[in-house]
Design a protein around this ligand. Structure first.
Ligand code: IMP
Length: 199
């Protein structure tokens, strides 16, 4: 399969997050034409009902490919905490319940870690790529620790309570570039890009 001889390959990123979309488009080789869900008129909420990150990434990518017959990739991320049996994991976004938000999720996590000496954790991102009838998976991991109190105001989600290994700042105290080079998502995207540049 020599895809490089074709002009442009349309590729959907199954996200409505325009920041993620811009970030990835800037990194892609010229022969990939990145499209958002709204570019293909996919306005439905794709429910994330799988019990693993891999399952949700595959579910989202397959939904788009099957319905729109187009190449697509999708990502899913979770925070896996060692002493909590790798929770919240795939449930990271809704850890504190139906009306969860980042503040409530962090509070619940800090509460569940009271008196736990092992505060090792990792963010893990899985990307599922459907390309020309084949499926490929990519993974990015960032290991670190959950601290006892929030620090920093940048980023999102669990950033204020996560310090990546080898650093003394939380993700919420880092700027985007700094976080992007070491983050789970950054690493998974780099793997995807490496693959796309070499097809
Ligand atoms: P998503 O799969 O990228 O939507 O991530 C699911 C949930 O994981 C988010 O709602 C956040 O709570 C958390 N999360 C994902 N990525 C990050 C990150 O880079 N920093 C902090 N929290 C994150």
């Amino acid at each position: 399969m020599n895809l490089t001889i074709m002009n442009k390959i349309p590729l959907v990123f199954a996200t409505n997050n325009l920041n993620k979309l811009k970030e990835v488009q800037a990194l892609l080789p010229d022969f990939i034409e990145l499209k958002s869900l709204s570019d293909i008129n996919c306005n439905e909420e794709i429910s994330e009902t799988a019990t693993t990150l891999e399952g949700n990434a595959i579910l989202k990518a397959d939904f788009v490919t099957q319905k729109f017959h187009i190449n697509c990739f999708a990502d899913d991320t979770g925070l896996e905490v060692e002493s909590l049996n790798f929770a919240p994991g795939v449930f990271s976004a809704r850890y504190s319940g139906i009306d969860s938000n980042s503040e409530k999720n962090m509070e619940k996590l800090l509460f569940n870690l009271i008196n736990k000496s092992n505060r090792n954790a990792q963010f893990r991102t899985v990307i599922a790529l459907n390309l020309s009838g084949q499926q490929f998976l990519f993974e990015g991991v960032c290991k670190g620790k959950i601290i006892e109190e929030k620090r920093g105001i940048k980023g999102f989600g669990y950033d204020p309570i996560f310090i990546p290994d080898g650093f003394s700042k939380t993700f919420a105290e880092m700027n985007l570039d700094e976080k992007g080079t070491i983050s789970h998502r950054g690493k998974a995207i780099q793997q995807l890009l490496h693959f796309l540049k070499n097809i």
